[in-house]
Each structure stands twice: as C-alpha cells, then as structure tokens.
Design a protein around this ligand. Structure first.
Ligand code: ATR
Length: 277
C-alpha cells in the first residue's frame, strides 16, 4: 500500500440509505485505524472507469450493492469460488499486484448471524426451508450447501426462479409451489425468509406458520423492521428467532479485515451504532 490514507466505501445506486458507512467508520474509530469509508452513488455507465480510478485515489477496496453486485464480476480479474457460485460480489479488494479481486461474504454473514443469535444451532439437524428465490436466496442456499445442510426446501412466488436454483444447486433442493409454502415448514429445523415480505413499505408477510415446529430456528434477512411479523409469529410458536441485522454486520467483517488488517468484533454495541440508538 502507498502512504495514502486508506479509503474504502460502498458503491451502488441509490446509496444514501446504506448503513455500511456508519458501521465501517465506527470500527475504524474503535480500533484507532486511520482511514475513511464513503458512500458512492455510481451509475452503471461509470462503473468500469470508477473501479480503475479508485486504487489510484487510495482505495483499498469497496463493498458493492444494488444494482452492481452481478455486473462487477465481469470487471474483476479474480473471482472467489463463492462469488462465482452465487453469481454476485459484495466485496472488492484492490490488490497490490494491481488485480481486482471479487468476493461474496453474504452467505458467510448469514451463517455467522444464526450461529451468534442461536447458539447450539445445528444446520444438519434437519431440513431447511427457504422462502424466496432472489439474489439473497442464492447466497443463503450456497452457504447451506457449503455447511452441509442435507435437505433444502424452497418456495417462491415465481416458481421458475426456484426451479433455476434447483437446477444450479442440485438434488438437495426440493421446490414447493408458493401456495404450498406453509406445508414445507413441517419438520424443518431452520426457516429463512429471504423475500421482501414484511419489510417496511412492502407487502405483509402472510404465510401460515401453523406447521412450524417450536424446535426450529427462524431467521429473516429483512431488518427494517427488526422484529418482522414472520419473526414475531415464529417466536409466539416457541421458535428461536434471529433478526436480519446481524447478517449485514457479519458480512462486513471479512472485507474490513482484508482492507484494514483488523478483524472487527460484531457485538451489541455494533448493533446499536448501526441502528443509531
Ligand atoms: P433480493 O436480492 O433481496 O433477494 P430480489 O431478487 O428482488 O431481491 O428478490 C426478492 C424476493 O422477494 C423474490 O423471491 C420475490 O419473489 P419473485 O421472484 O416472485 O419476485 C419475493 N417477493 C417480493 N415481493 C413479493 C410478494 N408480494 N409476494 C411474494 N414474494 C415476493
């Protein structure tokens, strides 16, 4: 690295709502590391030029969010196996050899969040049920496959997207019609909502949890609100519930470590800082 102050940031559009600057700048301050993390609203047409310029300005890496997560893969020189598997990157590293390295830590963040929020969680204890088949579901499914979940049940409003994931990730996945989504919860030991249902400003979560066992761990990738209707209903059934905020915090940790040389801790204080409370 040069003697420039190390910079990192997040690229996307829109970007004003991103919690990542608050999170990374808190960690920089907490660990006394000189550096800054900035939000950058970048158009698709400027993406290639921007990525070329950034290392010259002192950037050591950036996070990537909507709408660039898939596009950046084609611009990277080296793509990690997990980013290739998911088909998207959320973390870029400007390496000292001049190469652009693309990684995806979403699945890692997802799993770490459950491990921290539901101590003793055994991913291989039984079937996992996944609601939704969008970009977030890809990362969730890839990580479930990686950590040895033997049966993954998948349901999505648009069934064709779930069928694509089954074709890609193989026979561990069984696809259920959206009208049958409630049925796939029977016997599941992990249940994940990866849809936008229940998110502030989006449609309500209306899937019946009648078949859900109290032994299941339920987690939502939605974190606004923190306590979604899905998690409230699962909690009322006796399930252990894990909200989605921790996924955001944990996915950020490997990038911060690669860029700034220190593994940050994800704790209650980190949650409070990001929530602004
Ligand atoms: P992300 O990258 O966050 O997963 P996405 O790719 O737009 O975003 O996926 C959003 C998910 O929420 C999809 O599974 C979507 O279902 P479709 O594939 O049928 O669009 C799901 N979703 C969004 N609104 C929904 C609704 N009103 N009812 C059911 N599912 C919905």
């Amino acid at each position: 690295m040069s003697n420039k102050i190390p910079l990192a940031g997040v690229i996307g559009s829109p970007i004003a709502h991103s919690a990542s600057p608050r999170l990374h700048n808190y960690w920089l301050k907490k660990y006394g590391i000189p550096g800054f993390y900035v939000p950058m609203d970048i158009d698709h047409s400027d993406l290639k030029d921007a990525l070329k310029m950034m290392p010259k300005l002192g950037f050591v890496g950036v996070n990537v969010t909507i709408p660039h997560k898939e596009t950046v893969l084609a611009l990277a020189d080296v793509v990690s196996d997990r980013a290739a598997l998911i088909g998207a990157a959320n973390t870029l590293i400007f390496r000292q050899d001049g190469k652009l390295y693309a990684d995806n830590t979403d699945g890692y963040g997802f799993v770490e969040n459950i491990r921290q929020g539901a101590p003793g969680w055994d991913p291989a204890a039984g079937p996992a049920a996944v609601l939704g088949a969008g970009g977030a579901a890809r990362a969730v499914i890839a990580s479930f496959v990686e950590i040895g979940v033997t049966e993954i049940r998948l349901s999505n409003r648009t069934r064709a997207r779930a069928d694509v994931l089954r074709a890609e990730f193989g026979p561990k996945i069984s696809v259920y019609d959206w009208a049958q989504a409630g049925n796939m919860l029977e016997g599941a030991t992990t249940v994940v909502n990866t849809t936008s249902l229940g998110m502030a400003g989006k449609s309500d979560f209306r899937i019946s949890l009648d078949a859900l066992s109290p032994d299941a761990v339920a987690t939502d990738i939605v974190y606004n609100p923190l306590r979604t209707k899905f998690l409230e209903e699962a909690e009322a059934k006796g399930c252990t519930t894990v909200d989605g905020l921790g996924m955001l915090l944990h996915q950020a940790a490997p990038g911060f470590e690669r860029w700034f040389g220190h593994r940050p801790e994800v704790d209650d204080q980190t949650r409070s800082v990001v929530l602004g409370v």
